[in-house]
Design a protein around this ligand. Sequence first.
Ligand code: BGC
Length: 269
Amino acid sequence: MASFEKHSLVGQVALVTGASAGIGRACAIELARAGADVVVNHRHSEDEAKETAAEIEALGQHAVVIQADVSVEADIVRLFDQAEEALGPLDIVVSNAGLQKDAKIGDMTLDDWNAVISVNLTGGFLVGREAIKRFRKKGVRSQVSPAMGKLIFDSSVHQVIPWAFHVNYAASKGGLHLLMQSLAQEVSAEKIRVNAVAPGAIATAINAQERARNEEGMLKLIPYGRIGEPADIGRAVAFLASDASDYMTGQTLFVDGGMTLYPEFRGNG
Ligand code: BGC
C-alpha cells in the first residue's frame, strides 16, 4: 500500500456534530475529500447544514443532514439511528459541537455555566458513549481500516491554557481532555481509537467579535503569525480519522500556530 493511501477514507462513513459552519463544516468537507460519506449534524441551522452537504456532494460523496441537540440524550440516539439508516454503520465520529457564553465571574449566571457545560462536555460524553456502542455493534471492517472505530473530540488550546472571563468554556475543555483520555484508556484494547484536536484561534463565528475588536492582540499570542483557517483543523481531523494515525490513541493534536508555546515568555520571565 502506498503510504498516502493510509490517508484515504474511501468506503468509510463519518458523522460530524455541529457541522453547519466553522470547524465542524471544515471537518466534514475534509473527511469527504479523503473519501468518506458524511452525516452533517446541526442544532438549528438547517440551511447552512445543507450548504455543507452540497459541498460534500460536489466532492462526489454522499451526505445527509440530521438535526439533533448534542446535549439531549434522546436526540443523540435518534441521530445515530437516522445516520446509520441513511448511510450505514459509522466508522468515524467527530464530536465537534460547542459554544461559548463569556462573562466575568461576578456576572456569570448558572445558565451561562450550564449552557456551555451541557453542550461542550455533556455533549461530548453523550456522543462519545453512543459512538463507542455503535462501533462495537459494527465490529472491525478490516477491508477499510484496522481500527473498529475512530472517535475524535474537538477540544481547544484552553484544555491547558487557563482563560479568565471564560471559566465555563475552559472548564468544559479541561473536562473534555480527561474524558477523551479516560475513554481511550477504556476502549483502545477493542481497537477503538480516541483522540482530540485542540485548535487555537481559528477564524469562525465563535471569535468573530473578538477578531474585529482585537485581532492585533490575538496575533501576539500566535508565533506563526496568522489566525487559523477552519481547514487547518479539518485536515488534522482527517489525519486522526485515517490509518495514517493508526498508532495514535489518547492523544491531543494541538493545531494552534504555536499558541501553546506561550510566546509572551519570549524574552520575558
Ligand atoms: C475559542 C476561541 C479563541 C481560541 C484561542 C478557542 O477555543 O473558542 O474563541 O479565539 O480558543 O483563544
